[in-house]
Design a protein. Structure first.
Lengths: 326, 331, 358
């Protein structure tokens, strides 16, 4: 019966050992196995990682700093991609994917633009995730009237298209804080707008999973022990509903990037001084019919590849985390 | 035995290829069921008893597959038949009763529709004739006011009544073999007794062979003529039910019988088998039961025993090996 | 209320030093747990809008409808019955997972209904714990076993240094015949029987006196069931535990119980000492249940097949709920609900027994 001090150390391995242990579990586990077995997922993962690196390391690895207006030279405007000659103008190796009407390097602009797009995407998904998860947890766990109120709000919101909500919030916000709104404010508004259009997904999914989990006996056991309901929600239910949340977060990231691009394309998104992918597409769009297609096609292709890769990852994650399909 | 058994299984092996190697869920088991006989297949969860049942009717869920052995129905080999032929045999000659009656009934059709459809697919009765047959069957399985209930949907029946409908469905084509997989597990004790009695009566009357798969020794004792005890995908013992239950030969069966509490026998402690059945990934060498066996000796660790005939019972245990018996007789 | 909390604290400290003391001192006449006229109704009506539109009535399930019993310290009281008879609802009422519609639950003379807040409940919580049916659902899959078992200790602040808690968890694991090393693992690494041991270890972590066991072995194989039943009996002896044991398996109930109550459609039809209820059952329903037990002895005993099925608790029969299935029923049975009358060490609620017909 005695558990003496020596073997206590074995009973409680240190933090490092636990981390190593969880890594071993991960690489040994079914999720990693299904990842290894799916070539499309591996490609999507590699592409996503490359795009992430390219955009977040843009200040260091991009050939030009497109945010630095002083470095722009109108002499370089409207150059085609390096390997082409359009209207007698030969592309330059200095600008691999050509330049826009102000002489901005398209490749660098894409890298910086994607950084903005991703930042807005991550921030809005994080916001939607936190709010949606909390509301979903409360709704599912508490039930009754609280549940009805939260879910009816969600239902009403779902009847409006996401873009419309984002447009509305953006419109209202810019009307309210007229004039004095700098770049930061418009970023915040944009993130809020996208998050507002996405929290419902999280809330509904978390609520559904919570309804399942809260009737499981381990939650009842915690009630019998006398754990506070908030602690039950956080420590018991929450860890068991993270799977679907992760999937939705991934898919929402793709959606958020798209929404941001759409808003920016419509001109209500990020300020023109810090162009995102959507802004680039809009600017390029004006030149599409005059033959300078590279200004809009390349940012557009970058957006498509990014969204597709992230979506493929999300789809795979959904299958990998769904025990029924395994 | 001159009579050809209805079902004969020889050296059946069921495998599951996984990324960590091939798991053997059913490992080289042989048994037979005669006409009008109920063979109980008993074992704890993971012993491979349900797997054996699904392998016999060739309905293993992929990636599971038959890795060896032969299955004969009335002397005809059926384990290697193409899907379409096997499907026809399943429909006409094999009836199935599962644990959850809801999974065997289509919730969108009335009970009568499902019975008539099945009867008409496999016989050349007219709609009228099939309906008459369906009514007879419902009455036979003890559903009161069958005339009224034939046009009701499965959800309007209670669990016990649903299981009766499933039995009627299984018997409606006069099958040669009925496979009943835990038919009473989801039911209450009082209903359980009714269904057991019904199953037994009907099979004797219809002359079908029954393979009754269950974890419940009580059900076996009430219903089966012979019983096969499975452990870790292997047969431990096959024999007449009375012998297996009252004079178990295999140490596992003995332990199992001792661990069942019985009303009327007051004991302070139940006999208990230490440990638990090995997972499929870690089945030990030699006899699969040796780590838990109180009577294990050197040979059990190294060599896997085959079935050894002991009177009417076949038992796979080295304790009954002739050599050992001879040594003991002399020493 | 404060002095109640103090005695509760005393008690639990007592028990940490010497477990058996509680049993001897508690041998007084007062039962540890007393349940009086307990009832729980569930509203299962469709939503208001549907009711109005489709003209449906309110539907009330009387899951438990006036159940009374008492459990002496250190003994096992079992509730047995078919599915839907309300036995699990009684278990959940007793541990406070549900609030009763009517009736009282007393623990050492304290009415649980008088403890309104969580803070008031806390001292009692640790003295009364529960073991669940499904060993796969009763442990949080994301937690390590040591954290699962330590949860009651941390929740009730029974200890605050981590080494002490770890040592206590190791002891508990050994108490349920597992290894202290198992604390580092996750639940999925264990078999059903081992998980049920972990469940028991968690229930024991706060040094409870009273355990409510809701079908603790019905999801287990027989050989594992024997291990768990033996363990529960050993623990009862070692720690002087009192059990409320819920099961549908009469043989298991016979094996583990000192007292047995038979439930039918939310009512207790018969209760008494196990030997008496099993040896000479009086209520026709008890007899029917006894008759339905499969005969492992293979004596070839002729069994009278049981007629009928359990009616829906939403719309129970009039009078004695059992009368439509009862071979002894008469007009009085279909009109008038029977009162419990003392028989031997227990009670039976049956007109036939009262009138001496049965």
């Amino acid at each position: 019966m005695a558990v003496n001090a020596e073997n206590l150390e074995q009973l409680a391995p240190g933090f490092g050992a636990r981390v190593v242990d969880s890594f071993r579990r991960f690489f040994d586990g079914d999720v990693f196995y299904s990842f290894r077995r799916s070539p499309i997922t591996i490609v999507a993962f590699v592409v996503t990682m490359m795009l992430f690196f390219a955009s977040f390391l843009a200040p260091w690895i991009a050939p030009h700093n497109t945010n630095d207006v002083a470095s722009l030279n109108l002499m370089n405007a409207e150059l085609p991609p390096a390997w082409m000659e359009v209207y007698g103008v030969q592309g330059s190796a200095e600008f691999p994917l050509g330049t826009d009407n102000q002489g901005r390097d398209v490749l660098s602009a894409i890298m910086f633009g994607m950084q903005i797009s991703l930042l807005v995407g991550f921030a809005s998904v994080l916001l939607a995730l936190v709010f949606g998860t909390i509301l979903g947890l409360i709704s599912g766990y508490v039930g009754g009237r609280t549940d009805a109120i939260i879910m009816r709000i969600a239902d009403v919101q779902l009847t409006f298209p996401a873009i419309l909500i984002a447009l509305m919030i953006d419109g209202i916000a810019s009307a309210v804080i007229q004039g004095a709104h700098g770049a930061e404010v418009s970023f915040v508004v944009l993130i809020l707008a996208i998050a507002a259009s996405q929290w419902v997904n999280f809330a509904r999914t978390v609520r559904g999973s919570t309804l399942v989990e809260k009737n499981k006996e381990y939650v009842q056991a915690a009630k019998v022990i006398g754990i506070h309901p908030i602690m039950i929600m956080l420590r018991h239910v929450l860890p068991n509903v993270t799977g679907p949340v992760l999937v939705i977060a991934t898919l929402s990231l793709a959606l958020a990037v798209l929404t941001e691009a759409t808003l920016s394309f419509l001109g209500v998104g990020v300020p023109v001084t810090q162009p995102s992918l959507g802004t680039l597409i809009r600017i390029g769009n004006d030149f599409l019919f005059s033959g300078q297609w590279w200004m809009t096609i390349f940012p557009g292709a970058a957006l498509v590849i990014l969204v597709l890769a992230v979506n493929l990852l999300g789809d795979w994650l959904r299958d990998a985390l769904n025990p029924k399909l395994r | 035995m001159a009579q050809t058994p209805v079902l004969e299984v020889r050296n059946l092996r069921v495998e599951f290829p996984t990324r960590k190697g091939t798991l053997v869920a059913v490992d080289d088991i042989s048994f037979h069921v005669n006409e009008g006989e109920v063979l109980g297949v008993v074992g704890e969860s993971g012993a491979g008893k349900s797997m054996t049942g699904t392998a016999v009717i060739n309905l293993l869920e992929p990636p599971g597959r038959i890795g060896g052995g032969e299955v004969y129905l009335d002397g005809r080999r059926i384990d290697n038949l193409p899907y379409e032929q096997m499907r026809r045999i399943r429909g006409r000659q094999i009836g199935m009763v599962f644990q959850d009656p809801l999974t065997s009934l289509n919730p969108l059709y009335t009970v009568g529709r499902q019975l008539i459809e099945t009867i008409r697919t496999h016989t050349d009765l007219s709609e009228q004739g099939a309906r008459k047959r369906a009514l007879e069957l419902l009455a036979e399985v003890g559903i009161p006011s069958a005339e009224r209930r034939i046009d009701q949907y499965p959800h309007q029946f209670s669990g016990g009544m649903r299981q009766r409908v499933v039995i009627a469905l299984a018997l409606c084509v006069n099958p040669r073999l009925v496979i009943a997989d835990e038919p009473t597990t989801a039911l209450d004790v009082s209903i359980q007794a009714q269904i057991i009695a019904l199953l037994k009566k009907l099979c004797h009357e219809h002359g079908a062979a029954v393979m009754l798969i269950t974890h419940d020794m009580g059900v076996i004792a009430e219903t089966a003529d012979r019983v096969a005890v499975m452990y870790a995908g292997r047969l431990a013992e096959v024999g007449p039910v009375q012998q297996v239950i009252q004079q178990a030969k295999h140490p596992y069966t003995e332990g199992l019988m001792g661990s069942i509490p019985k009303v009327g026998h007051h004991t302070d402690r139940l006999a208990q088998i230490e440990g638990s059945m090995p997972r499929l990934t870690e089945i030990p060498n030699g006899c699969a039961y040796h780590p838990r066996c109180p009577k294990a000796f050197a040979r059990c660790f190294a060599e896997r025993p085959d079935l050894i005939t002991q009177g009417a019972t076949d038992v796979s245990c080295w304790l009954y090996d002739e050599e050992l018996q001879r040594v003991e007789a002399h020493g | 209320m404060a002095d109640f909390a103090a005695t509760a604290l005393d008690k639990s400290q007592n028990r940490q030093t010497g477990g058996a003391g509680a049993m001897e001192s508690g041998a007084a006449a007062q039962p540890l747990v007393r349940v009086e006229g307990l009832a729980k109704y569930f509203d299962v009506s469709p939503p208001l809008l549907t009711r109005v539109l489709e003209g449906q009535k309110k539907a009330i399930v009387r899951a438990v409808d006036g159940v009374s019993f008492a459990i002496p310290q250190g003994k096992t009281f079992s509730l047995v019955g078919e599915s839907g008879c309300g036995k699990s609802t009684v278990a959940r009422l007793v541990v406070g997972l549900y609030r009763p519609t009517r009736g009282h639950i007393e623990f050492e003379g304290t009415d649980l209904a008088s403890l309104r807040t969580r803070a008031q409940m806390a001292p009692l919580r640790k003295r009364l714990q529960m073991i669940f049916q499904d060993p796969y659902a009763s442990l949080n899959p994301r937690w390590r076993v040591a954290d699962i078992i330590a949860e009651p200790i941390r929740a009730h602040k029974l200890m605050d240094d981590d080494r002490g808690i770890l040592r206590r968890v190791g002891e508990l694991l050994e108490q349920v015949r597992l290894s202290p090393r198992d604390g580092e693992k996750f639940p999925h690494e264990f078999s059903g029987g081992q998980r049920q041991r972990i469940s028991i270890a968690r229930a024991l972590a706060s040094n409870p006196e009273f355990l409510v066991c809701d079908e603790p072995t019905s999801a287990l194989d027989v050989s594992v069931q024997a291990q768990i039943l033996n363990l529960m009996k050993d623990l009862q002896r070692e720690l002087g535990l009192t059990y409320l044991f819920i099961s549908h398996d009469l043989a298991v109930v016979y094996h583990i119980s000192d007292y047995v109550g038979v439930m039918y459609l939310g009512r207790l039809v018969e209760w008494g000492e196990a030997q008496q209820v099993f040896g000479s059952p009086r209520h026709p329903y008890t007899r029917m249940l006894m008759d339905a037990i499969p005969d492992l002895e293979m004596t070839g005993r002729q069994r009278i097949p049981v007629a009928g099925e359990v009616p829906s608790p939403i719309d129970p029969p009039s009078g004695c709920y059992f009368h439509p299935r009862c071979p002894f029923a008469n007009e009085r049975c279909s009109a008038e609900s029977p009162m419990a009358i003392p028989v031997g060490s227990g009670e039976v609620a049956c007109h036939g027994v009262e009138e001496g017909r049965i």
